[in-house]
Design a protein around this ligand. Sequence first.
Ligand code: S3P
Length: 171
Amino acid sequence: MGNIILVGFMGTGKSAVGKMLARKLNRPFVDLDRQIEKETGRTVQQIFERDGEPAFRRLEAKGVREAAARKGHVIATGGGVMCGEENVQALKSSGVLVCLTASADTILERTSASLVSRPLLAGGDPKERITELLALRTPYYARADITIDTTGRTLQEVSEEILCKIEKLKP
Ligand code: S3P
């Protein structure tokens, strides 16, 4: 059984939706960032601060390879995963890629309480940073199989739409 892999920008609900989907489908759930934190004993923020972003991306790529080797899991990824070509290839071959999107205002609202733990949004004007990064990353996210806008929608609504769209992908 293929994996269901949630990708998309920070604050689009990948972890929360992933947990709900896993519960609904009775499948195991993996959150790549939490997995990295468990294995290194450090938070994502600490890894960025002490070792820099390239070191985090290497850990992330390793986590992606391991996750892609699993079967029948629901996997939530970090917002930058789609920017790595090898990540995209590995994940595409392991299941269906579901991209969650949200408006910049919604992302700002959802991330404002946790800006410190999101190194790419910390410092400077977060709304500007979100708009800038979103524009840069949109072409990468477009490679997902399914895209779902989560703006103004509940976890339940988003999860149901994902299941419906996955069903339609089936030959
Ligand atoms: C990142 C998103 C974060 C985390 C890291 C880098 C990104 O995950 O992986 O801070 O590059 O967009 P979330 O999308 O779960 O916040």
